[in-house]
Design a protein around this ligand. Structure first.
Ligand code: SF4
Length: 73
């Protein structure tokens, strides 16, 4: 299964990920950063398993992040 990976502490809260994939990303009202919904936290990194059908769209989101804190593997 591919994974969406978010290095959240370096997120600048631009909102692009939420615009592109609102089903996966929400903007936090607390700190203004993006939150990867239903992700689990491992060593300060948020990880979400995604289906193959969401892989391509997630790669586009990762490339659109201005500070490159989203990865897909
Ligand atoms: S696109 Fe990147 S910097 Fe912008 S809110 Fe999403 S994770 Fe944060």
């Amino acid at each position: 299964m591919p994974k969406l990976i978010h290095y959240r502490n370096k997120c600048i809260g631009c909102g692009v990920c939420h615009e592109l994939q609102p089903e996966f990303w929400r903007m936090s009202k607390k700190d203004g950063k993006a939150t990867l919904l239903k992700a689990f936290l491992k060593k300060n990194i948020f990880i979400l398993e995604i289906s193959q059908k969401d892989h391509e769209e997630s790669v586009i989101t990762a490339r659109a992040c201005p500070v490159r804190v989203i990865k897909v593997n």
